[in-house]
Every structure is written in structure tokens, then in C-alpha cells.
Write a protein that binds this ligand. Structure first.
Ligand code: SF4
Length: 453
């Protein structure tokens, strides 16, 4: 079978969509490209089973719709797969209708957290041949292509074919990378906690599966051979405990620690100072943590499983071990007052001022279908709209005591925390390692301020 894995371009005056491999959708003025690990694994697995695969990411490559259609039609697929997300699901319904008009015999497959939550809605609105459920697109696609149930076993997956999936298209335009070219992998699907009520990927991957340490180390070895200089492990929360210790020892014994920068997502409260020190020795550069809110009542309502003191302690420990600490904040909770929201911004600013965090990201809270947060708000009449186009952080979709302008002002204020003396010094130190990065960080900051002005 000839199968195309596609991200069609989505022309919009809102900017460039950050759709692939992202738990929260956003339009950006300045394009960020994230390598979609699971679709790349799907492409690899299909080819390993003898299918012809086309990897066609029109967003990452900046293709015009015309150029994209030309490439797709010339190749002539039997089936096309697209990954979608709530704010662009209506676009994808229309795109699939167009696909069927241009290539009437081509099968259309769609997947993603929105489709997993509301498969019938997509079946009603677009002539899809299959709405794939869950996040294991590789096994789901192979099962569909071969008409048999392929058991999900991450250890049995071949190493991702990076050439087929054009990893270089995603290797530089990504603010996570201090050194480029950078690459993405996932040591697990997806998060060993998987209980936060707002997390759309917890619905995609309700049970966490971890890959064997040696399998991930082999993947890193292959990426180093390709020339990668920094690698982001984009598992929702990287595995901890014995897995992490064995992994760090492997990075050291294979000599990878000296050759790469490694980044990962992690939860506060999961690791000790000794763990962070081991990670630093093993080549880790940056750890991304979700703070979400400085208010205990909010953390509890989100089922975050955290107390505020763990945030301060964890950030302090990770920074003390020499790691770059990146934190994410969310604003616009339906139950938070202006004072509550200000407390979250103040915590972000405080962590940066003290040097316990080095960069931050602030976004609107979006209740994606499939999450407990969405279900609660829907049941209580807390949603303002179910027009999915609006779920893109551009306008309020929940009843909230704060105005749109107030939330954007708070987000801008959070980003301006980077202009305090300590974060500026830290940015200058990073610039010594990579002079181009300073320019990139400054332009990213300006772009965020523009996105939320
Ligand atoms: S810790 Fe992060 S990835 Fe895990 S469930 Fe919570 S928000 Fe999702």
C-alpha cells in the first residue's frame, strides 16, 4: 500500500500552527517546528512491513497549499493519514473533503486527541475511512493497512528512520535547542503520572509504557551518528527511578554524555538533588517542568499531585545541580481571581529572579475535549463555546472572572520576567556556548510578547 503521512499547510493570518507533537495547540508568529515522533515511528513501521511511505509535512517545510497538493497528487497515495487537534479539526474536515474530490479512491485516516475524544463527530463531518483512536498511531496504522490486530509493543519498534521522516526539517527552528541540529525522541508514551485534569495527552495515553533503556540509548547513538548535537526526550514525564539511573549510567559508559546535550520533561517532586546531579553528569542540559499555578487550590483542582513547596524545592535542586530549568505557567482558570493569577506570575518571576528557573513559558488554559476539565466545564455550563476554532488561546472559551485583556497582560508580564538581571546574565552565558542562541531567544521573547499583546 502507498501511504502518505501528512501535515497539510494551514494558511491563516493568525500565524503558523504548532500542531505536531504538541500537547497544547498555538499559533505562532515565529515558526517553531517539533518533530512528530509517533507519526515518524508509524512511517518507519509501515515501511519496515513493505509499504511505500511518503512523509509530507507542509507546515514544517513551509509549503504553499498548491505545492503540497502537487507533491501529494504526483506521488499518488492509496491512503493519507493526518493528525489533528481541536483548533484545526474543522480545517482538517474540509481538507479531507477536498482530498476526496481530488483523489476519490484515496482512503482518508485521521487521528489525535480530539478524534479520540469525539470520533463520531469527525465521522459525521468528514468522509473519513478511519478515525484512529488513542496515541499509538504506528500500531494503529499498521493494523489498518494490514487488516489485522498488531499488538502494541514499544520494544518491538524499529529505530525511527530519520531520513524518511526528514528530521533536518525540525532540527533548528526550535527554541528548546541550545545546540543544533537537534532531534526529538520519546523514551515513554507518555507520562508516568497521566492524571492532570487538563492534559489532553493523558487521554491519548492513559497507560504509560516505557521503552527499554538499551533501545533508547541505541537511538541516541544513531542520532549522534547523524550529527545531532542536542536531543529532547519528549515523553510527557521522563521515566524516573531505576530506569533513569540505568539510563544515565549508560549515557556515561557509552561516552554519549560528553557528546550531547539532553533535555526532557519532568514533574516536580519526583527527583532528588542527587538524581539531578547524576543527570547533569550524564549530559542533561535542560529540564522542563509544569508549574501551572502558584495556588494550591488550583493544583488540587487540576489533580496535579503537587504542593507549591515542591515546586520551589525542585526548581532549586535542579538549578543547583547545574541544569537549565524551564517552567510553564497557565493563566485563565475559571475559578481563579486576578489576585490568584498574579500570584502565579509572581512565582514565575521569583524563580527566575533567584536563578532557580532560567526560562519560562506562559499560556492560556484550554479545556480540550476528552479531558476531565472539559467534561466538568461542559456539565456545569462553564464553556462559552464549542466552536473548536476558538480553542486556540486567542479568545476565552470558558467563563472566567478575568477579561481576555487581563489574561494577555499577565502572560506578557510573565514573559517580561526574562528581563530581570539574573535571567539576562544566564542568557548571556548561554550566548557564550552558542552566540546565535541569544538572538534566537530574544526574537522568541519578542514573538511571545507579540502573540499575547
Ligand atoms: S505531568 Fe504533564 S504530561 Fe503528565 S499528566 Fe500532567 S500535564 Fe500531562
Amino acid at each position: 500500500m502507498r501511504l502518505a503521512i501528512c501535515y497539510p499547510p494551514i494558511p491563516s493570518d493568525k500565524g503558523t500552527p504548532l500542531l505536531s507533537q504538541n500537547r497544547q495547540f498555538q499559533w505562532f508568529h515565529r515558526q517553531t517546528a517539533i518533530y512528530p515522533v509517533v507519526p515518524a515511528s508509524a512511517a518507519t513501521l509501515l515501511r519496515a512491513h513493505g509499504h511505500d511511505v511518503l512523509w509530507l509535512d507542509g507546515i514544517a517545510r513551509g509549503l504553499t497549499p498548491e505545492a503540497f497538493w502537487r507533491e501529494l497528487e504526483t506521488w499518488g497515495p492509496d491512503a493519507v493519514f493526518v493528525e489533528t487537534k481541536t483548533p484545526v479539526v474543522k480545517f482538517h474536515w474540509a481538507w479531507i473533503r477536498e482530498l476526496k474530490r481530488r483523489l476519490p479512491h484515496c482512503k482518508a485516516l485521521i487521528a489525535g486527541d480530539h478524534v479520540t475524544a469525539l470520533p463520531e463527530e469527525t465521522r459525521r463531518n468528514a468522509p473519513v475511512d478511519a478515525a484512529l483512536m488513542g496515541g499509538d498511531y504506528d500500531f494503529a496504522l499498521l493494523s489498518w493497512a494490514e487488516g489485522r490486530d498488531v499488538p502494541v509493543d514499544l520494544a518491538a519498534l524499529p529505530q525511527i528512520d530519520r531520513t524518511l521522516t526528514r528530521w533536518r526539517d525540525y532540527a533548528t527552528r526550535n527554541g528548546n535547542f541550545l545546540r543544533t541540529p537537534g532531534a526529538y525522541l520519546m523514551s515513554a508514551r507518555d507520562c508516568w503520572y497521566a492524571r492532570c485534569s487538563f492534559c489532553s495527552w493523558a487521554a491519548l495515553y492513559p497507560t504509560c509504557r516505557t521503552r527499554p533503556v538499551a533501545h533508547v540509548l541505541d537511538e541516541i547513538g544513531g542520532l549522534l551518528d547523524l550529527g545531532a548535537r542536542e536531543i529532547m526526550d519528549d515523553a510527557g514525564s521522563q521515566p524516573v527511578g531505576d530506569w533513569l539511573r540505568t539510563f544515565c549510567e549508560g549515557l556515561l559508559s557509552r561516552g554519549y554524555a560528553k557528546r550531547l546535550h539532553l533535555d526532557c520533561n519532568q514533574r516536580f517532586g519526583a527527583l532528588s538533588l542527587a538524581d539531578y546531579r547524576l543527570m547533569r553528569r550524564a549530559g542533561y542540559r535542560m529540564v522542563l517542568f509544569g508549574v501551572e499555578s502558584a495556588n494550591q487550590a488550583t493544583l488540587d483542582r487540576l489533580n496535579k499531585g503537587l504542593v507549591v513547596e515542591q515546586i520551589r524545592q525542585g526548581a532549586r535542586d535542579a538549578a543547583q545541580a547545574g541544569l537549565h530549568v524551564h517552567i510553564t505557567l497557565m493563566l485563565g482558570y475559571p475559578w481563579e481571581t486576578l489576585e490568584d493569577a498574579r500570584r502565579t506570575v509572581a512565582l514565575g518571576r521569583e524563580l527566575l529572579r533567584r536563578g532557580h528557573a532560567h526560562t519560562l513559558q506562559a499560556t492560556w488554559l484550554v479545556p480540550y475535549p476528552g479531558t476531565p476539565l472539559f467534561r466538568d466545564l461542559q456539565a456545569s455550563g462553564g464553556l462559552l463555546t464549542e466552536d473548536w476554532d476558538a480553542y486556540d488561546m486567542r479568545a476565552p472559551v470558558m467563563r472566567c472572572p478575568l477579561t481576555h485583556a487581563q489574561i494577555n497582560a499577565l502572560i506578557s508580564q510573565a514573559y517580561r520576567a526574562h528581563l530581570q538581571p539574573r535571567p539576562l546574565l544566564h542568557a548571556a552565558a548561554r550566548a557564550l556556548a552558542n552566540p546565535g542562541h541569544l538572538l534566537k531567544s530574544a526574537s522568541a521573547l519578542l514573538s511571545h510578547l507579540r502573540d499575547f499583546r
